[in-house]
Design a protein around this ligand. Structure first.
Ligand code: AMP
Length: 306
């Protein structure tokens, strides 16, 4: 039971209506790993620059994340993202993206990363996602996330990457953009025709919808009074979702396991948004996850129909 993730390892400068932070630890694979580690062993793959401090690696290490495939590039700069959110915090506005060390990164997965049963290709350049996919011999369930930037600039590579995975986790607007299909159910069907048999449409505070060939399952977000920074919520969702599926140890999860995975994704994402960056999830406990999972179960009865 293990999970490998590739995606951005980043510094994020973020402004929301509730404050701002400069160059905090972030990136799709960091948010993902900090959520998934509650369920399984996580191996993180990717480059960082000289500016990436030991304390950041230590934060991941002390949470049980294997960072031996994090490569430090001498003279390089860590991936940097600057963004802001206005009153509607479901929409992230990108102000700057600097690939830094990701521009020339050639992934070389260690044996343990290659052997992991579950693979998450987090948001990053799709050709890089494909090179990691090609090395992941052991993976029985591969999933992928991306964003509007890559849909607009590298669509063909992205479609090829999607054809090589079992599961796609996208924001609903990105599924529509990718397929040029305004209806979400039809758009999800169009994604399945590209390859994946499991499609998750993330809908910010409104929750997420799961599509499989058998049907759909929608779960609302966990409603909170305090939301400070949604950055990384999608990755924390993916971490809870895939981490739980890996813990179940099956590459063909049944409908009940997928529902529970959706609930764990929802719970992890809800903690992520309570504070800036990784602050909240980095100090989260298993008991807090269980309590919120039970609260969500009680309020939504999502296990009702089996
Ligand atoms: P999320 O809010 O879950 O969609 O993801 C937010 C994270 O994605 C941030 O921590 C950013 O560092 C990272 N990010 C933003 N833009 C990109 C990009 N073009 N490629 C990879 N990661 C990105």
């Amino acid at each position: 039971m293990a999970l490998t993730v590739v995606g951005s390892i980043a510094f994020d400068s973020v402004r929301t209506p509730f404050g701002e932070r400069d160059r905090m630890l972030g990136g799709s694979s960091v948010h993902f790993a900090l959520a998934a580690r509650f369920f399984t062993k996580v191996h993180i793959v990717g480059p960082v620059g000289d500016d990436f401090e030991e304390e950041h690696l230590e934060l991941l290490r002390t949470r049980g994340v294997d960072v031996s495939d994090v490569e430090r590039v001498p003279g390089g700069q860590t991936f940097f993202w600057r963004g802001h959110y206005d009153v509607d915090m479901n929409v992230a506005h990108t102000d700057d993206t600097q690939l830094g060390v990701f521009a020339d990164f050639e992934p070389k997965l260690s044996e343990s990363s290659q052997a992991a049963e579950v693979l998450f290709l987090g948001n990053i350049q799709p050709d890089l996602q494909r090179r990691v996919r090609a090395q992941s011999d052991g993976s029985r369930l591969a999933a992928l996330d991306s964003m509007n930037l890559w849909i607009q600039t590298t669509r063909d590579s992205l479609v090829a990457a999607i054809g090589e995975v079992d599961c796609l986790l996208f924001n609903d607007s990105e599924i529509r953009m990718l397929t040029e299909e305004p209806n979400l159910a039809r758009a999800a069907r169009a994604v399945m025709e590209m390859g994946p048999r499991i499609v998750v449409a993330k809908r910010g505070e409104y929750g997420a919808v799961l599509f499989t060939p058998e049907g759909f399952f929608a779960l609302p977000g966990f409603v909170l009074e305090d939301v400070r920074d949604p950055t990384g919520a999608g990755d924390s969702f993916a971490g809870g979702f895939l981490g739980y599926l890996d813990m179940q140890g099956t590459d063909k999860p049944d409908a009940a396991a997928l529902r529970r995975a959706m609930a764990y994704g929802t719970v992890l994402a809800s903690f992520n948004v309570e504070e800036f960056g990784t602050e909240r999830v980095a100090r989260l406990t298993e008991d807090e996850i269980s309590d919120r999972y039970e609260a969500l179960r009680g309020m939504t009865h999502f296990e009702g129909q089996g």
